[in-house]
Design a protein around this ligand. Structure first.
Ligand code: ATP
Ligand code: MG
Length: 264
């Protein structure tokens, strides 16, 4: 996967989302450059997960634009967005319980298989065998890349959180994404597990050239690993810049000190 050079692989413009009159996102705009590790931070309930949910069509914003490589994503269904090359991991790891690591990763490719496998079969049956073999190779590569070879047949429920998070990342990577959306890759982890995940984030960026939008509460990790940071608070973007710029921004400091809107 080559790093794309053009600016703005993902562009979000004036996004507005509300539920029953409650504003969750208000006029949020941002542009993620190809090859970036782009972090989104902000207090609980700021709208971070909702923003990812809009990108992959789990939520439908009332207003705004989301462009991926110049294409408007809003009319597309989640599987079509996945097929364009956008994969995600979840805040609460969502794996298929009772199934092995390998089977969970295989299911990661399910979206792509549905359309392209039928296409191959219609063209020429032997192409199906070739395609299946190719997929098996990809799955094995990803398992190896994410350090999961030793647990490939383990049932996911039996694994510690740090390993399940890696399985979730492997499942997403098996879709060969151009853009990976990570929702709190390090939540609930011990320091060693966080360091482990940090090194995988860097490997995914360096070796696979995948652009990442990464929601994270661990600010030290964000400061170390990300290229740029956007800060959401009460559904609004209050700051954006390099980690250092954002860290020094008075609005960000205030948001993190816990002052609520309207407090004097
Ligand atoms: N499906 C929904 N229906 C109604 N309200 C929702 C829905 N999804 C999110 N919200 C509300 O939107 C707000 C933002 O939630 P969201 O989960 O995006 O925040 P977050 O920044 O990811 O927070 P956290 O850091 O705790 O994960 C919250 O007030 C939440 O209750
Ligand atoms: Mg969230």
């Amino acid at each position: 996967m080559a790093i794309e050079t053009q600016d703005g692989i993902l562009q979000i413009r004036n996004l507005n989302l509300s539920f029953g009159g409650v504003k969750v996102l208000h006029e949020v705009s941002l542009s993620v450059k190809a090859g970036e590790i782009f972090a989104i931070i902000g207090p609980n309930g700021a709208g971070k997960t909702s923003l990812l949910n809009c990108i992959n069509a789990h939520y439908r914003p009332q207003q705004g634009e989301i462009l991926f490589q110049g294409e408007n994503l809003l009319p597309l269904k989640p599987h079509a967005i996945a097929a364009r090359g956008i994969a995600r991991t979840f805040q609460k790891v969502e794996l298929f319980r009772g199934m092995s690591v390998l089977d969970n990763i295989k299911l990661g490719r399910h979206f792509l298989m549905r359309s392209s496998l039928l296409g191959s079969f219609l063209r020429w049956p032997p192409a199906v065998a070739d395609e299946l073999r190719h997929r098996q190779e990809i799955e094995e590569e990803i398992i190896d890349f994410m350090g999961l070879s030793g647990v490939r047949y383990a049932i996911v429920d039996t694994l510690p959180l740090g390993v399940r998070k890696r399985v979730d990342m492997a499942r997403a990577l098996a879709m060969k994404p151009k853009l990976l959306l990570l929702d709190e890759a390090m939540a609930g982890m011990a320091i060693e597990e966080k360091e482990d995940i940090a090194s995988y984030i860097l490997d995914i960026h360096r070796d696979l050239g995948v652009t990442m939008v990464w929601i994270e509460h661990d600010l030290a990790a964000v400061m170390d690993l990300s290229h740029r940071v956007t800060v959401l608070n009460f559904g609004e973007k209050i700051a954006q810049g390099t980690p250092r710029e954002v860290q020094q921004n008075p609005l960000v400091i205030e948001a993190y000190l816990g002052r609520r809107r309207g407090d004097s």
